[in-house]
Design a protein. Structure first.
Length: 378
């Protein structure tokens, strides 16, 4: 138990140092004490420090400290955000989930899973409850050789297309497998640690159907506590990525207009099956996972000459790190840095046009996409 406590505290410490150091860089991408202090005393910096401090106290004293979390976490009901508990009788809840049989769906929702059946159950429940009849869809789950009850329980869900791998293939290969089984005109890749909100799918489909120059549409990702996780992604000159708006307010106007972005997270995005097949799916160079979504977005822009667009009306709660963990030096997460180098090498020419890795370059990075043609408030 003591060992787990030390490991968890070490992970939080690494996350804190990584985030605050990244925000302490000047416009040239070099560390600046002045910019570091400026971020520390900013609204987001202060709230992040407080959140991580509470998390550390929770680990040390094995308590939830709910009364402290309420001081910094917005009320989900005021934000019209729905979440489900992760601790319940899964065998009973899975019986309530069902989907309609659609022979020619508009969208194929592809979910690749490895264990964590409780999150998968909540993900499917949210799709069932929050996806309206305006868009016909099918749900494909690729079970990547889970060791829990995933296969036994999901086979009970009516009209769920379940594919069970006979060995662990990794996220990238599983996604490509799911796409090969899809019947839909569009493919929606969705993580199993998500809870989609109302109009999440309709808003993406309407956007991509109304503009033939759009190749990918991504959702607004929200943390389970109601903070913004990502309002589209930025790619820096060194190949590293930044989740724009991270830990900001989801009601802030600057995160609530449709705009072109460098990339959208694969936790929830929509692409036409024609484009996906033309690009031969996710590049298997990134197996088992990480950077495959960023790479696909770059292929959309620089190979097919189409746009990657952020749709704020498509809101999805994402419990980051459930499957891959949060330790960047262990397990699946270690491939994040390994694949970052592969991505940088593959797109080195295109990356030269990007700005240096710095929080201070956010405004300049966004300006190139902000014009009357593609900036639309919701």
């Amino acid at each position: 138990m003591l060992r787990n406590t030390k490991n968890n505290l070490r992970i939080i410490t690494l996350k804190t140092i990584s985030i605050f150091t990244a925000h302490g860089k000047n416009k040239q991408g070099k560390f600046s004490f002045w910019y570091f202090m400026r971020f520390c005393f900013s609204n987001i910096g202060f709230r992040l420090f407080f959140k991580y401090s509470i998390e550390s106290l929770s680990i040390l004293f094995n308590r939830n400290f709910t009364f402290l979390k309420k001081l910094v976490n917005p009320k989900l009901e005021k934000l019209n955000i729905t979440v489900f508990p992760n601790h319940y009788n899964i065998a009973e809840e899975i019986k309530k989930i069902h989907f309609s049989k659609i022979d020619a769906p508009k969208v194929s929702i592809i979910i690749c899973v490895y264990n964590n059946i409780a999150f998968t159950c909540n993900c499917l429940r949210a799709i069932m409850e929050h996806t309206g009849p305006e868009v016909s869809y099918e749900v494909i789950v690729v079970n990547d050789f889970s060791s829990d009850e995933t296969a036994e329980l999901l086979i009970q869900v009516p009209n769920l297309r379940l594919h069970n791998n006979n060995h662990n293939s990794g996220f990238v290969l599983s996604c490509n497998q799911g796409a090969s089984l899809a019947k839909g005109e569009f493919l929606c890749f969705l993580n199993n640690d998500t809870i989609v909100q109302k109009q999440w799918l309709t808003s993406m489909v309407e956007l991509i159907e109304n503009d033939s120059q759009i190749g990918i549409v991504g959702s607004k990702l929200v943390f389970g506590d109601g903070d913004l996780q990502e309002a589209g992604g930025i790619v820096w000159q060194d190949g590293q990525t930044y989740h724009y708006g991270r830990r900001g307010s989801i009601t802030n106007k600057k995160y609530n207009y449709i705009r072109e972005v460098d990339y959208c997270s694969g936790a929830s995005f929509l692409i036409s099956k024609t484009d996906f097949d033309q690009l031969r799916g996710f590049d298997e160079m990134y197996t088992p996972g990480y950077y495959e979504d960023t790479d696909l977005c770059f292929s959309i822009q620089y190979t097919l000459n189409k746009k990657v667009v952020y749709q704020p009306a498509s809101i999805v709660v994402h419990y980051e790190g459930v499957t891959s963990g949060t330790n960047i030096n262990a397990g699946m997460r270690r491939y994040q840095q390994i694949n970052a180098l592969k991505f940088k090498d593959k797109w080195k020419t295109q990356l030269q046009s990007k700005l240096p890795n710095s929080f201070m370059n956010l405004d300049d990075t966004l300006i190139k996409y902000q014009n009357s043609k593609n900036a639309k408030l919701i």
